[in-house]
Design a binder for this molecule. Sequence first.
Ligand SMILES: NC(=O)c1ccc[n+]([C@@H]2O[C@H](COP(=O)([O-])OP(=O)(O)OC[C@H]3O[C@@H](n4cnc5c(N)ncnc54)[C@H](O)[C@@H]3O)[C@@H](O)[C@H]2O)c1
Length: 242
Amino acid sequence: MTDLKGKRVLLTGAAGGIGQAVVRRFQSAGATVLGVDIKDSVADHSITGDLMDATFCDALPTHAADVLGGLDILINNAGIITRGDITQATDTDFARTMAINVEAPFRLCRAAIPIMAATGGGAIVNTSSCWGVHPGPNHPVYVMSKAAVASMTQCLGMDHAHQGIRVNAVCPNEVNTPMIRTGFKIRGMDPDKAIAELNASVPLGRIAEPEDIADVILFLASDQSRYMCGALLEVNGGKPVK
Ligand SMILES: NC(=O)c1ccc[n+]([C@@H]2O[C@H](COP(=O)([O-])OP(=O)(O)OC[C@H]3O[C@@H](n4cnc5c(N)ncnc54)[C@H](O)[C@@H]3O)[C@@H](O)[C@H]2O)c1
């Protein structure tokens, strides 16, 4: 069992499918979690706020350290998916996706790193996607945003290892969360049926459940991954991006 006793965690997207599983897993491992989301979330401490607000993002790590008595782990998990080819993407789609998926993690990492460095180190886990490493079709804005997160992770993993700060990313393929279920609904499909079809496309026989991803985030945040810096860990059930 992974031991995170006494670790103080700032998690974004805490109300989402993966976020809720992260809260449960980290609490079971003994950590205290401050969850942030635009929706109400359940964690040891919760903040409701919009990650598109730059001032809010800039202040979050210091606020988390004040509330928790320090900051050991940052998990940049919040994200949105923007569908459609480039001719369908509006200026707003582009700005919103980059603000939430890229700029917020940039601001949170930038503010969290000096806090962690001052206390001997820490761990940052970013959420990219398999599509951030291998582009999938008809989602260029989302794919670009997740590629930026992957690239930022590799850069920070190198730049801040000397301060004892490990920065890594989880790169899931499809996960059974509101993100993909609402996508099916919007397209007029029955989410359960659509997921059953997707399950058949995965060599392991099913798409990921949120806990499958939360366990990898737990590993990357814990001492069990103590020698990993800048890694992009694909979690895909054996399914390649096509
Ligand atoms: N579900 C998948 O198939 C999948 C695959 C690869 C990567 N991911 C990534 O995993 C992460 C978690 O996604 P999920 O599947 O749990 O989706 P989700 O939609 O269930 O959760 C995302 C959470 O982020 C929050 N959020 C969105 N915009 C916000 C904002 N402006 N301010 C504050 N909070 C905001 C949402 O309210 C939501 O609770 C995302 O970064 C996503 O891109 C998901």
